[in-house]
Design a protein around this ligand. Structure first.
Ligand code: PLP
Length: 399
């Protein structure tokens, strides 16, 4: 046995042995069903984090379990030197639902963004510039970090990718910054990590227009918002626009690691063999599970259900915002919501709620984020709202 195997609690052993990349809560999660998880002592929690918008079907969904079981009996992985049916079928379905033409599969959101950056360079030769927006989050790899407008995340790793322009969020006039040197514009339809900020109505259409004028590609990052999270399959679809490319990941394969870049037109045709690759990308098991997720999310009525439950959650949070001076506003769409606090106390609130049996996650210092599984019930939403109200009341009493 190594020292790490016997010394102390799981948290102590983990802190000793894992690289120091996450601020973790002292919670040892051991199991889950639907929207509930439990820790190693058997305490239950309503899970309104869902792996940060990953577990769209909740925990231990029978379709996910059954598909993984069946897929294990077949092929878990083969090289991208060969064709496999689940991958091709998934590409056909995802491109159809997104109005795109081709797919590239990888393993995470950052990788989908990385692929999009390379694709844009290839599709728009001679244009070195990439445009992104304030408060953006696109991932932690070098390319993705370069277009993630967070000085604190970027500073230790400079120099990053050159020629990145950061424009103000939601500002139509600033779109003039998209110019003839711009290969691509990266935008989230609802900024997730940046504080659950939905794009102002009509603004994405403005980006589309400006990209067309300047000859730049429009890439929508749907890593957090895709697969039904905001009540349409992709969030951009409620804006009546067509980007040139869409990045997806998180919920795509029901909790297994998978990312996808979908594209149309010249962007879809940019790559040729050798330009880009991923050993695990689109493997048969993970693609089978993604197909199973699509079966559920594309069932008639499912997205309508997300919209209805989203309205219930959003209305409840808006009521709470109106009643509590510590809350400035509730904002979001579908089942992705943020409670904007008047002070940077999101982390403290997350901890209080954990103590009450509700898991939530900050989206910045002053935003409490809610991203429950899409299969959440009305009763679970109501229970969440009661606990949030109680935690805020407690906090107000403490001053
Ligand atoms: C909008 C967005 N893009 C990209 C990423 C990066 O995804 P991953 O952590 O899978 O690399 C995230 C992760 O939170 C995200 O929210």
């Amino acid at each position: 046995m190594t020292k790490a195997e016997w010394a102390g609690t799981l948290a102590e052993r983990g802190a000793d042995i894992l690289m120091n990349t996450y601020g973790r809560y002292p919670l040892e999660l051991a199991g889950g069903r639907g929207c509930v998880v439990w820790d190693s002592s058997g305490n239950q929690y309503l899970d309104f984090v869902a792996g940060i918008a990953v577990n769209a079907l909740g925990h231990a969904h029978p379709a996910v379990i059954g598909t993984i079981r069946d897929a294990c009996e077949g092929l878990i992985h083969v090289s991208n030197l060969y064709w496999t049916e689940p991958m091709v079928r998934l590409a056909e379905r995802l491109t159809a639902v997104a109005g795109m033409e081709r797919a590239f599969f990888c393993n995470s959101g950052a990788e989908a963004i990385e692929a999009a950056i390379k694709m844009a360079r290839k599709a728009r030769p001679g244009r070195p510039r990439t445009v992104c927006f304030e408060h953006s989050f696109h991932g932690r790899t070098f390319g993705a970090l370069s277009i993630t407008s967070r000085p604190a995340y970027q500073k230790p790793f400079r120099p990053l990718m050159a020629d990145v322009t950061v424009l103000p969020w939601g500002d139509e006039n600033a779109l003039a910054g998209i110019d003839g040197r711009t290969a691509a514009v990266f935008v989230e339809a609802v900024q997730g990590e940046g504080g659950v900020r939905p794009a102002p109505s009509g603004w994405l259409a403005g980006i589309r227009r400006r990209c067309d004028e300047a000859g730049a590609l429009m890439v929508v990052d749907e890593v957090q918002t895709g697969i039904g999270r905001t009540g349409t399959f992709f969030a951009f679809q409620s804006e009546g626009i067509f980007p040139d490319a869409v990045a997806s990941a998180k919920a795509l394969a029901g909790g297994l690691p998978m990312g996808a870049l979908l594209a149309r037109g010249a962007a879809a045709e940019a790559f040729t063999p050798g330009d880009h690759a991923s050993t695990f990308g689109g493997g048969p098991m993970v693609a089978s599970v993604a197909n199973a997720v699509l079966d559920v999310v594309l069932e008639p009525g499912f997205l309508e259900g997300v919209r209805e439950k989203g309205t219930r959650l959003g209305d409840g949070l808006r009521r709470i915002a109106a009643a509590h001076p510590a809350v400035v506003e509730a904002r979001g769409r579908g089942l992705l919501w943020g409670l904007v606090l008047s002070r940077p106390r999101a982390a403290k609130l997350v901890e209080s709620l954990q103590g009450m049996g509700l898991l939530t996650v900050p989206a910045g210092p002053d935003v409490l984020r809610f991203a429950p599984p899409l299969v959440v019930t009305n009763e679970e939403i109501d229970a969440c709202l009661v606990l949030v109200e109680r935690a805020l009341t407690d906090q107000e009493k403490e001053g």
